[in-house]
Design a protein around this ligand. Structure first.
Ligand SMILES: *Cc1c(COP(=O)(O)O)cnc(C)c1O
Length: 353
């Protein structure tokens, strides 16, 4: 069997959720959108369900899959609904929904009588992506309240730069949000992972931890006790030696300067390992530090075994996990851990607890 696999440590996921919740000292929605950042939404939701205050996904289909799998906890739709039919489904499934633009209030007003929605009203405090302008928050809140279809309104905003500890945008956004909502009742929710870790001033009633649940610190400088949840690994399936001047793989990007022992590994960009990483990107081989050489291809990649004489066919190769931080690979690929984790596919998934 092809040895490429992702091993998901559900105990680590719970550990990280508890850490986030304790740090924020309030309730926390576990953000499991995008198939739990590639980790498997149903498995992650089941592992967290006994203790999570609720879950957040991006849109209705993701929530439906969780309800079908028996998840009865609150589930918030972070993008809200796209039409009235979806809103009817939100009511039927008892979901919570974000409202971030006026057309979504129109849909709520058009619901048949009897609906008692739990709505999260999103205020745009400076990210300028989604949400009502601070000046319009009040009117939006009043329309929701007057609709007769809403039981509870939580006030929320989202930060653009919380992962930059020396940039004051986060505090400015929090101040804009507070000013716009000062006279409105209800719970508040500001903090994503980076804010939970780095901005105690952003703590309110509800946190929304995403990436930190999966053990990837959005501000990798700090040592904060997070445990990596996904290990992406495979094995060496063939070994060859190339001599000085010989090129390896597509484009001949890596050219050997000395006799080089090359391990061929069953993992490629079709599995979600990024094609853009350079020679020298870290891996471990049977637990020893090693490096990738040559361009990543669709199904295979190559590593340098020259300094690891005991390694060979069958040697375990960790692409990321406990030994190789996914953040390091993301930096090498010119992206963020979020994107790498979301993109894992085709490999076998196994779950430990
Ligand atoms: C995805 C998302 C989060 C989680 O963000 P992380 O950076 O992964 O913690 C929180 N809030 C909203 C609105 C989101 O879309």
């Amino acid at each position: 069997m092809r040895p490429a696999r992702a091993i998901i440590d559900l105990a680590a996921l719970r550990h990280n959720y508890r850490l986030a919740r304790a740090m924020h000292a309030g309730r926390a929605l576990a953000v499991i959108k995008a198939n739990a950042y590639g980790h498997g939404a149903v498995a992650c939701a089941r592992a967290l369900a006994p203790e999570a205050d609720g879950f957040a996904v991006a849109f209705l289909d993701e929530a439906q899959a969780l309800r079908e799998a028996g998840i009865t906890r609150p589930i918030l739709l972070l993008e809200g609904v796209f039409d009235g039919r979806e809103l009817a489904e939100v009511v039927r499934l008892g979901l919570w929904t974000v409202v971030h633009h006026a057309a979504q209030i129109d849909m709520i007003e058009a619901l048949p009588a009897g609906a008692a929605l739990n709505v999260w009203l999103k205020v745009n405090s400076g990210m300028n992506r989604a949400g009502f302008l601070p000046a319009d928050a009040d009117a939006a809140w009043r329309r929701l309240q007057a609709s007769g279809k809403v039981r509870e309104i939580t006030l929320m905003t989202h930060f653009a730069r919380a992962d930059e500890p020396h940039v004051l945008t986060t505090l400015e956004q929090a101040a804009h949000f507070d000013a716009a909502t000062a006279h409105l009742p209800g719970a508040r929710s500001l903090a994503n992972s980076a804010a939970i870790l780095g901005w105690p001033q952003a703590r309110r009633d509800w946190a929304r931890p995403g990436i930190l649940l999966y053990g990837a610190d959005p501000m990798p400088a700090a040592d904060n006790g997070l445990q990596p949840v996904m290990t992406l690994e495979s094995a060496v399936m063939a070994v060859r030696e190339i001599g000085p001047g010989e090129a390896l793989g597509y484009g001949g990007r890596f050219v050997a300067e000395r006799r080089t022992r090359v391990g061929l590994v069953a993992m490629g960009y079709a599995d979600g390992y990024p094609r853009t990483v350079p020679d020298g990107t870290p891996v471990t081989i049977d637990g020893q530090p090693g490096r990738l050489i040559g361009r990543v291809s669709m199904d295979m990649l190559t590593v340098d075994l020259t300094e690891l004489p005991d390694s060979g066919i069958g040697s375990r190769v960790e692409l990321w996990g406990r030994q190789v931080a996914v953040n390091r690979v993301a930096a090498a690929a010119g992206t963020i851990a979020y994107e790498l984790l979301c993109n894992v596919k085709r490999v076998r998934f196994s779950y430990t607890d």
